[in-house]
Design a binder for this molecule. Sequence first.
Ligand code: GLN
Length: 282
Amino acid sequence: MTRGELLAEARGMLRGAGNESGDADARILVAAALEITGSQLLSRPEVEVSAELTQRARDWIARRAGGVPVARLIGTREFWGLPFALSPATLVPRPDTETLVEAVVEARPDRNARLRILDLGTGSGCILLALLSEYWEATGLGTDLSEEAVATARFNAEELGFADRAFFQRGSWDEGLSERFDVVVSNPPYIPSSTISSLDVEVREHDPALALDGGADGLEAYRALAALLPARLLPNGVAALEIGIGQEAAVGALMQARGFDVTARRDLAGVTRVLVLSRLSE
Ligand code: GLN
């Protein structure tokens, strides 16, 4: 079998399964299974493929047709232009969350600033490591309840060359910390428990519940964050929190009650996705 024949077979299978992005998914999965780039796949379709790699490609395509996300199959996802390894304990990084990185970069335009950054519920480490890629003098600490997520974030820090500036520890939010930070970021779980079952199958079956479940009203994590932020942020520090659709008023009120000035930022879809917090007294 040639690369081209394998790709045609994969496209046919995904189209047949009603996959809206079937052609693109087929290209990504076949190239990844053959360990070549997408352009190598398209420019040299006549190259013969070994039985072993054909088998891997067919296996991934069958699982994709069954609803497994592409990122879970190939084990990585790009975020802020960097590749992140994933594990079952981490969310697949979302393009929406790049809005959070943008918000910090806009609030702190000096790229040489020696910022100390705290990421609460770091998952794959994507937010923290994206920020370290922008601030060359910054150091970062990421925490997560999941030991497996912490291991994945450490792996990503090493792979991306940030191991000397990025530290990770297991714990609940800021458990065990006493220092204050210039920047605190978080993409906490914010989906109300009762609505998780109605999320898209790719999210509900493949993203970890711990990273999604925000309790009965979806706001549990923000209550914890509101309580801890006053002691974790330096007086002139800035915090940026991802929020779910429609949570701006409720989360904003929780933060204003702790003395923070709150500004909102929309994602590419026009949804208010991030709240930026600073001290009112500034
Ligand atoms: N953005 C995710 C979703 O919509 C939720 C992530 C989260 O709870 N932080 O599925």
